[in-house]
Design a protein around this ligand. Sequence first.
Ligand SMILES: *Cc1c(COP(=O)(O)O)cnc(C)c1O
Length: 567
Amino acid sequence: MPGSSRMPISLRESFDSVKKRSRTIDPRQVFNIDILRNIVFFFFVLRIVRRTFWKLKGRGLFGTIAELYHDVRRVLYGYFLRAPGVRTQVRKQITESLAKVQAKMIPADGTRYTTLPKEGWTDDALRAELDALANMDHTRWEDGYVSGAVYHGEEDLLKLQTEAYGKFTVANPIHPDVFPGVRKMEAEVVAMVLSMFHAPPTAAGVCTSGGTESILMACYGARQKAYAERGVTEPEMILPETAHTAFRKAGDYFKIKIHLVPCPAPTYQVDVHRVSRLINSNTIILVGSAPNFPHGIMDDISALSKLALKRRLPLHVDCCLGSFLVPFLDRAGFETEPFDFRLKGVTSISCDTHKYGFAPKGSSTVLYRTQELRTYQYFVSPDWSGGVYASPGIAGSRPGALIAGCWTSMMKVGEAGYIDSCVKIVGCAKKIAEHVTSSPTLGTELEILGRPLVSVVAFTARNLNIYDIADGMNQKGWHLNALQNPPAMHVAVTMPITKVWERLVADLEAVVEEEREKERVRAVEGKSLKGKATGDTAALYGVAGSLPNKAVVVDLATGFIDLMYKA
Ligand SMILES: *Cc1c(COP(=O)(O)O)cnc(C)c1O
């Protein structure tokens, strides 16, 4: 067995040689390790220095200190909330608030169906039940009591949409050979919206399930592009504070760091100079709104476009809300500002067909300046056992019926119809704004935020608590939107609202008058309690919203979503 006697010797030899080497230090090896260590350390330091530099450049010294201060406060308050005694108290209050919400939202009486019926229902029984469901006690959007939400809602259009839907209930654009009509309609919807936004011949787009998906796709595409072209692995984007929260969702989903830029009074447009300061080599996209959801203000898209061109960055313009109003402002005879592909720096636009396009809910578009930009949002899986798979966006199967509903709405309303609704809706928003500014009561107590050019009018209160006013409006049956940072509320004018705006303004006047009277009484009693929570809105935004750490609000909102799934 010669082999077995040689093995241990050779092993021992190599063991000895290692021991020897580690005793007599090899200078070459040490040199190599040191260099490696230095290089790693250098990059580590470089990273910190670079980040610190970007931070200081982006926020300035005082801004950086202020941010640090807020972070510390948030963390400390978080510890406080989790302290033993406090934690149970907070839990108890959250549970109580949610119980109140539940009592309001979920009727305790009536039959609940939580398992399949043993036998299927008859058509008549189902029709009766569906009627009952549609007529459950609700805020009357049909009578114009709701801000946003239902943008058209006229009987004849609804009927036509339902017919279109009925013809394509099973259709799915993922099978263009099976449903060629749906493919054609989808392509035409995109083409029509592209033309509304003055897209160049190179442009392209896709249909999505809503504004959020359109925005998610634009951000995702920008991230993929930055990685493919510049190797960006730690993507960042710069948002106006007022940009729709779907961008923050994109940041969360796709691991893109978010920089928020203030939109200060008096214009409430994003501060473009500060956007510029926050750009660094990790920036993947800039964003502007036309207009934004909170205040209905259009950012200075021209300035953002110039900046995007100069820094060679994509610029997304969020027209989800502006949708079919902004493109027609000039032809409806209203003041407008440049916002679309005519500005050379604009690379993508999101436009919701299901808002002022009056399509059924679940439909939006995202448009790109070039076909190549669109490709970045595609998903292709060439080697899946289920076959080669390719889809334009997040969804796999998609409802062809909604595409049919969207196409039908656009063809039915037509350019003249959209211009006409722009005249009515924007005209109404201007009348509301005008009344709020010029009426003696509203004029002294309320203040409109910025100069809205489209359909949203946002206002804050000078001396009263705006959330008490919002609660007062709720009690009168209105469903308007409460806003925060700064405290305010808004109305997004829709077709149903154009018919009742005078009642809205009259009710607002009455509520402001009541609040003023209450404040007067409080002042006489020597306890002017501006900001004390009385109603739900006031409690949520006035009290919970002012805390340095929003954990309580997060818990409340999470509990709220849970409640929505309580059968
Ligand atoms: C509504 C809206 C969105 C998001 O749209 P969804 O369809 O609700 O997902 C995005 N941006 C603005 C400005 C909006 O008003």
